[in-house]
Design a protein around this ligand. Structure first.
Ligand SMILES: C[S@@+](CC[C@H](N)C(=O)[O-])C[C@H]1O[C@@H](n2cnc3c(N)ncnc32)[C@H](O)[C@@H]1O
Length: 276
């Protein structure tokens, strides 16, 4: 069977280290939880039959919900075909700036919003997702003449996967997303990266700060006590080593080519932490 792949390019995408994630994942588990799903690289690699996926990003979760829906996703692809033909710098900014007028934006259907998010993801600079303080998407155009917004076979497989299995899609905070986890369930946390230098990481309009990393480590400990398999990836920072010192910390090298300031290309140390 051909493997499914992420359909959006997402900062921190895990395709690069997928072999290592497989290596450290438990061989058997009940339900799979991915509370920071992003592009879903590991979800699509595992293709679990029972899963709960979550992300704080409302536009991203709308994309998952639309792709899951048999009728909606076909309508989304039709819009994308049209956008591919119209693609240009002017067109990009026209679509991007739809969120500048909130009352107009709120009138868009979830299908239109989904097509917009996918198109912007593919036609913007480096596949970044970044919004300003007014929650307006503000990544510039990638300056390419052609845009390829989707791979038909892949989207079809993703839609079938999401529909034909027991996949719950949530849009909230990671802590709420794992409340139903039980012993022998597997939770993989891939939070916004911690940094030894930055104090703030902005994926959504709500930054994920040091307090959130601490709160996450407490949730990790609770799930550990419940008898869940818990795995977490992050940068190899002082804080992360402190917070998870009672667990197994595997240091790995990862190639990174997405960074909000474009400087973060090259190899970087990451950690995969497990409680088993
Ligand atoms: C590192 S990315 C995940 C990358 C993903 N695993 C992949 O392979 O593409 C982190 C994600 O966490 C989400 N996020 C930020 N704060 C959150 C929160 N408090 N609860 C849940 N998700 C959050 C962001 O929207 C972002 O998609």
């Amino acid at each position: 069977m051909s493997k499914i792949r992420p359909f959006v390019k997402w900062a921190g995408g895990k395709r690069q280290i997928i072999d290592k994630l497989i290596k450290y994942a438990p061989k058997k588990f009940n339900k799979y939880y991915e509370p920071f799903v992003g592009g879903g690289a590991f979800l699509f690699e595992l293709e679990p039959k029972y899963a709960v996926i979550n992300d704080y990003n409302i536009e991203l979760i709308n994309v998952y919900n639309c792709i899951k829906d048999k009728n909606k996703y076909k309508k989304v692809l039709k819009i994308l075909d049209d956008y591919e033909i119209k693609n240009s710098k002017e067109f990009y900014y026209e679509i991007r700036n739809m969120d500048r007028d909130k009352s107009l934006y709120n009138k868009l259907s979830d299908i239109e919003k989904c097509a917009r998010t996918i198109y912007l993801n593919k036609a913007c600079f480096n596949g970044l997702y970044r919004v300003n303080s007014k929650n307006e998407f503000n990544v510039p155009f990638n300056q390419k003449e052609k845009v390829n917004t989707y791979d038909k076979d892949n989207v079809e497989l993703i839609s079938l996967y999401l529909r034909n299995n027991d996949i719950t899609i949530l849009n909230g905070d990671f802590e709420d997303a794992v409340k139903s986890a039980k012993a022998n369930d597997f939770i993989y946390f891939d939070p916004p990266y911690d940094s030894d230098t930055d104090t703030f990481t902005s994926y959504t309009n709500n930054g994920f700060n040091r307090d959130d990393q601490i709160r996450l480590s407490e949730v990790f400990k609770k799930l550990d006590k419940k008898g869940c398999y818990v795995m977490l990836s992050n940068h190899n920072t002082k804080l992360i080593n402190e917070l998870y010192r009672d667990y197994n910390i595997h240091v790995i090298m990862a190639k990174r080519n997405i960074n909000s300031n474009g400087k973060g290309r090259g190899t970087i140390e990451e950690v995969i932490i497990t409680n088993y």
